[in-house]
Ligand binder design. Structure first.
Ligand code: HEM
Length: 211
């Protein structure tokens, strides 16, 4: 009962919090246009696209931290928020892609195809996006049932290579300051290390018992 009540509070909270970056970007664009502020720098389209890509990656990383936090603090109910965070990550990736194709390239599809084939970091971005698609499609309860929990879990392990590809995509577009992608990479590697350690720890007693 207490868990149900806390979900009723935290689910809308996670929902609203995940929308805050988008709300801020809309406000900043409005303020720059109407009030003449300069939140979005001299190149608002580039700033918008970068911010959306950044938030997509941050949300992917946050979704990866949910299970370790739930296990460390013995709060299994936290896992209930992971799906929503993951779907918001996908939402920001879609906005990132739409901003790039719609605003940056002005819907020039030939240019987009040229970009995919000629600019490696865009190729990596598209591969990452393609890998995210099956995770987004299979995120409904019906799909989890249809695929089966074990297979669904295996499929969703893709989120680790996806996060690494996202960071790789970021590294490849940066020219000078590698601080942020390096921080993201360090966090992902710690989370991946934890996952491997937790899996080994879980399977150890079974092996001992079998012996
Ligand atoms: C769907 C295909 C994708 C395309 C076409 C694409 C395109 C781009 C472009 C053009 C930029 C540079 C923006 C600029 O300098 O104007 C960029 C930056 C970035 N993208 Fe993507 N991207 C894609 C997928 C992704 C995915 C899946 C993620 C996250 C997992 C991601 C995360 C990022 C990040 C973190 C940056 C750098 C942001 C910053 O500088 O702060 N992108 N992307």
């Amino acid at each position: 009962m207490a868990i149900k009540r806390s979900r009723m509070v935290f689910k809308p909270l996670v929902f609203i919090t995940s929308l805050l970056p988008l709300g801020w970007l809309i406000f900043a664009l409005y303020s720059d246009t109407v009030l003449g502020t300069k939140y979005m720098t001299a190149d608002p389209i580039q700033k918008l696209d970068r911010e959306l890509g950044d938030w997509a990656l941050i949300l992917i990383i946050i979704s990866l931290t949910v299970r370790p936090l739930a296990e460390i603090f013995k709060k299994g109910e936290l896992v209930a928020y992971r799906r929503m965070i993951g779907l918001f990550a996908f939402f920001y990736v879609c906005l990132h892609l739409s901003a790039y194709v719609g605003l940056n390239l002005q819907l020039d599809i030939d240019e987009f195809i040229k970009d995919i084939t000629k600019r490696i970091f865009i190729t990596i971005g598209i591969i990452t996006f393609t890998l995210l698609l099956p995770l987004a499609i299979t995120s409904t309860k019906g799909m989890i049932k249809r695929i089966g929990g074990k297979r669904w879990q295996k499929l969703h392990m893709l989120i680790y290579p996806i996060s690494l590809l996202g960071v790789f995509h970021f590294y490849m577009m940066v020219r000078a300051d590698f601080t942020r992608p390096s921080i993201y990479l360090a966090v992902i590697l710690v989370l991946l290390g934890y996952r491997i350690w937790a899996k080994r720890k879980k399977s150890r007693p079974k092996k001992v018992a079998a012996a």
